[in-house]
Design a protein around this ligand. Structure first.
Ligand code: GTP
Ligand code: MG
Length: 465
């Protein structure tokens, strides 16, 4: 990290959310953190002002602008470098959780010489000081933003540094290849023989396979992080909104026997066994009777176009109509489950008419009213998401777009290196490609990253983290 300028100043920020709470925390990091705190804090027991490392001190913050009047009763935690979050001297002041008291304490700290921290600056310092790598820093953000248990688990593994360990092992392999190619480049009298050439190619292939595996896992990682969009579509009155409510387990959408009840698209996040889904209920798709319905249909179509997954709903109680067939034609290429709803009523739908459409599609009979079949539908949705593969959330799962991009670049570079070897081109070129591949890995872990990219990553954090 030598290219980044050394950090000398002391930063401070409110680390807890704005609003009322049991406690609020103001945090300082830097070589003046102890001095500043000692100037505004009086310990109750000893009346001593110096803060002992690794202890929690009980006392008062005093207001030097107001005759040293007590400002709040607090607990002060003191961490000397390098045993702290940032590896610098860190102080955390636990005060009462009100915005005025937090702001007053922060102002005192800033008056005594600290600077207001930028978003994510504490974590950035932890990275710059070498306590964590960039994937761990990003895991901190993922944990804070995690919407599901499953994604939280993945992020925790990343925070422990498991992704970095995998990437470091890959990097070592590539370094090994690089050293070999450089040796041949630097000692051209030792011309590479066919056997060494194919051994090198094999080594590169193994690394490339490992990267491909990580990229395959990224599809699951993305789903865990952001959720998959799932659109409910079908002609009017088949029970789309009832089904949405059944999956959400709450009466979110209005349901009624009147055709055209849902006019605008309704979007709601839901979890199925800890996996997040963006569920979108739509209005019917055909025969608008007024301008509002026309707009509703336009929106429904837009949602359908963007949908990663479709639940196509049919009413078992009704015969299939022209409208159903028209819709089937429009969505036949989508990834979907056909939901045959209203299983509790008499079946009038002739399944033979559906034979062709259902040939390569999964279907399930449910009743949104009695909930029969809903569990089976959920299982089927999950099966489709994982495409039969069990996701091992205990292992490493790539979910960050930045990591995915760098890994893709790395993969392409390794393919190029193999092509060069295959075509007996000069080994310098192979060497160059391997160096480039290592650079892409280093971009992920932060070993080799531009200041701009670093700023961009940490700007997504909140102040105080
Ligand atoms: N018996 C029975 N009735 C159902 C079932 N699902 C929905 N219904 C009824 O069917 C009618 C239409 O349901 P909705 O959920 O509003 O249907 P929709 O497809 O959203 O309709 P639009 O928004 O108008 O396109 C309501 O009276 C529901 O109570 C079911 O599984 N069994
Ligand atoms: Mg509806």
């Amino acid at each position: 990290m030598s290219e980044f300028k050394k950090i000398n100043d002391t930063i401070a920020a409110i680390a807890t959310p704005v609003g009322q709470g049991g406690i609020g925390i103001v945090r300082l990091s830097g070589n003046q953190a102890f001095r500043i705190t000692e100037e505004i804090f009086v310990a109750k027991a000893s009346k001593k002002k110096s803060l002992e490392n690794g202890r929690i001190h009980y006392g008062w913050i005093i207001d030097s602008n107001n005759n040293d009047e007590p400002l709040d009763e607090v607990l002060v935690m003191a961490f000397r470098a390098p045993q702290s979050y940032t590896q610098e001297d860190v102080i955390e002041i636990n005060c009462h959780g009100g915005i005025v008291v937090l702001k007053s304490i922060l102002s005192l700290i800033l008056e005594k010489g600290a600077r207001l921290a930028e978003p994510g600056e504490f974590t950035k310092r932890a990275f710059l000081n070498g306590r964590i790598d960039l994937t761990q820093a990003e895991a901190v953000l993922d944990i804070i933003q995690s919407k599901t248990d499953a994604f939280l688990r993945v992020s925790t593994h990343q925070l422990k540094g498991e992704l970095a360990i995998v990437l470091e092992a890959i990097r070592e392999e590539l370094m090994n290849v690089y050293t070999q190619t450089e040796a041949f480049v630097n000692f051209p009298e030792d011309e590479i023989d066919k056997q060494s050439q194919s051994a090198l190619s094999h080594q590169i292939l193994l690394v490339q396979n490992r990267i491909s595996e990580l990229l395959v896992s990224s599809a699951h990682g993305r789903v865990l992080k952001e959720g998959m969009s799932l659109v409910l579509c079908g002609k009017t009155n088949v029970g789309k909104s009832s089904l949405l409510n059944a999956l959400l387990k709450t009466p979110r959408a209005i349901v009624s026997p009147i055709a055209g009840t849902t006019r605008d698209t309704i979007e709601e996040m839901a979890q199925i066994q800890g996996i997040p889904f963006q569920m979108i209920d739509t209005a019917g798709f055909l025969n608008p009777s007024d301008m509002i319905e026309e707009e509703a249909i336009r929106r429904s179509r837009m949602s359908l176009e963007k949908a990663e997954f479709v639940l196509f709903v049919l009413d078992l109680n009704q015969n299939l109509t022209q409208e159903d067939f028209l819709l089937m034609e429009q969505i036949k290429h989508k990834s979907m489950i056909v939901v045959l709803n209203k299983k509790d009523l008499k079946q009038n739908l002739d399944e033979k008419e559906l034979q062709d459409f259902l040939k390569e599609k999964d279907s399930v009979k449910v009743s949104a009213v009695t909930q029969e079949g809903i569990r089976e539908l959920e299982e089927k949705i999950l099966e489709h998401v994982w495409q039969g593969k069990i996701v091992d959330t205990h292992g490493v799962l790539i979910s960050n777009l930045r990591h995915i991009e760098s890994l893709k670049h790395c993969e392409v570079t390794l393919l190029k290196a193999q092509d060069i070897l295959k075509n007996d081109m000069p080994l310098e070129f192979v060497s160059e490609e391997i160096k480039e591949a290592i650079h892409f890995l280093d971009e992920i872990t932060g070993r080799d990253i531009s200041q701009d990219l670093l700023e961009k990553i940490f700007s997504q954090f909140c102040i105080g983290k």
